[in-house]
Design a protein around this ligand. Structure first.
Ligand SMILES: Cc1ncc(COP(=O)(O)O)c(C=O)c1O
Length: 414
């Protein structure tokens, strides 16, 4: 084979003498990049949780109160959920081992999808292997060139990536601003299909979308509405069916999406809606078609979690009340809690390094709270994201409250 000419190498660096300059080795290049990331206070590290993800976890051999988990209702550790997963593993094996469209569709999936449709009050439901896959699969299969997708400016990365993948015209409306959404929709009247997308409970802000107004604006402009209930499912609505159900807007939402890996304590995600929507996704959503099905244990665990929600319909409400009380007390102490309406209490710090310093100081005191920094949130809005679990006791909540007041009410750590 002839060797490639220098001009055919896409990123050649050629010096004045026409000689290909030496490129840095991959590891050296990446290490240099990471130094810059670290200097900006933006390096992310994995922390090992030793043992179960309960309200108290072991971190590097030390017990700390966990305040950044999405196991909002403690269902990941409920006996019925764990037993269902174990039983399904024994009965079906450890994995689905094929795409659902080949041999990976098992009775555990079918039972879960039936339960999901009943819970959500829709004709049908479809389970994806992750929420990320559900979002990119739904959006890219519903809209394309010539269509417009209108997305809240704070929507999750998986929704943003779905919009990008679709190659539709992407228009952004101001966060939770239905009037601005109306303006954006009016400016794109000529588009073929119009898909409006919002989260119900925003993952990093914890605030709730004005779904009634968004649904009305979408309807006025002949659009379709998709709502991501990743953080609403389980915590809001009758039997945890989500914010849309709580507001009586189930029928105004065309595409209900939610995850099984947060309040439901398992793994995976669902899309619920009309039979036609589900048939379309089975046939067109590439992230469903070309990916291995959810492990049967995860399907069975999620089904058991929904059964618990149906038996104990107030689990989410109790959690939200306690979160609101804590948020109010912190606010009264002068701490910038930017939301009180859900289980997610963001505490705005601003600077990324300062946010990490407060999180580290909390950890020293025995409280594990996540420091959220760009690119997850916009520049200058780094925050602590404190999420309560239904299983936290009063002593744990009082303890983190005192630690936060000590660190922040007097002007911050550092
Ligand atoms: C709003 C939102 N949508 C989708 C996802 C993706 O879900 P999964 O973790 O199952 O991929 C997340 C997860 O963080 C999320 O917060």
């Amino acid at each position: 084979m002839p060797s490639p000419s220098i001009s055919s190498l896409s990123c050649s660096k050629i010096d004045a003498g026409g000689v290909l300059a030496e490129r840095p080795a991959l590891a050296a290049e990446l290490a240099r990049e990471m130094e810059v990331t670290e200097a900006a206070g933006l390096k992310r590290r994995l922390r090992i949780i030793e043992g179960a993800q309960q309200n108290v976890v072991s971190l590097a051999g030390r017990e700390v109160v966990l305040l950044c988990s999405n196991n909002y209702l403690g269902l990941a550790n409920r006996t019925e959920v764990v037993e269902a997963a174990a039983r399904a593993t024994r009965d079906f094996g450890a994995g689905a081992v094929s795409s659902r469209l080949i041999s990976g569709h098992m009775s555990a999936h079918a039972a879960l999808e039936e339960r999901l449709a009943e819970w959500k009050g829709t004709e049908a439901a479809l389970v994806f292997s992750t929420g990320y896959q559900a979002n990119i699969g739904v959006i890219s299969s519903l809209v394309g060139p010539g269509d417009v997708v209108v997305s809240d400016e704070l929507n999750h990365a998986s929704l943003i990536d779905g919009c990008r993948l679709s190659r539709a015209d992407v228009a952004i409306y101001r966060h939770n601003d239905a009037d601005h959404l109306r303006g954006v929709l009016a400016a794109r009247r000529g588009s073929r299909r119009v898909l409006v997308i919002t989260e119900s409970v925003f993952s990093m802000d914890g605030d709730i979308a004005p779904l009634a107004d968004i649904a009305a604006a979408t309807r006025e402009h002949g659009g379709w509405l998709m709502v991501d209930e990743a953080h609403g499912a389980g915590v809001f609505g009758p039997c945890g069916a989500g914010v849309a159900a709580e507001l009586g807007l189930g029928d105004s939402v065309d595409i209900h999406m939610g995850t099984l890996g947060k309040a439901l304590g398992s793994f995976g995600a669902y899309v619920a809606g009309s039979r036609a929507l589900i048939d379309h996704l089975i046939n067109r959503a590439r992230s469903f078609i070309f990916s291995t099905g959810l492990p049967p244990s995860a399907a069975a665990a999620a089904e058991a979690a929904i059964a618990i929600l149906q038996r104990e319909p107030d689990l989410g409400l109790g959690l939200r009340r306690r979160a609101r009380d804590l948020g109010l007390r912190l606010r009264r102490a002068g701490i910038a809690v930017t939301n009180l309406d859900s289980q997610i209490l963001p505490i705005l710090i601003g600077d990324a390094r300062a946010t990490v310093a407060v999180a580290e100081a909390l950890l020293e005191r025995g409280y594990y709270v996540a420091a959220i920094r760009p690119p997850t949130v916009p520049e200058g809005t780094s925050r602590l994201r404190l999420s309560l679990m239904a299983t936290h006791d009063d002593a744990q909540i009082g303890g983190v409250e005192r630690a936060l007041v000590e660190l922040l009410a007097a002007g911050g750590a550092s």
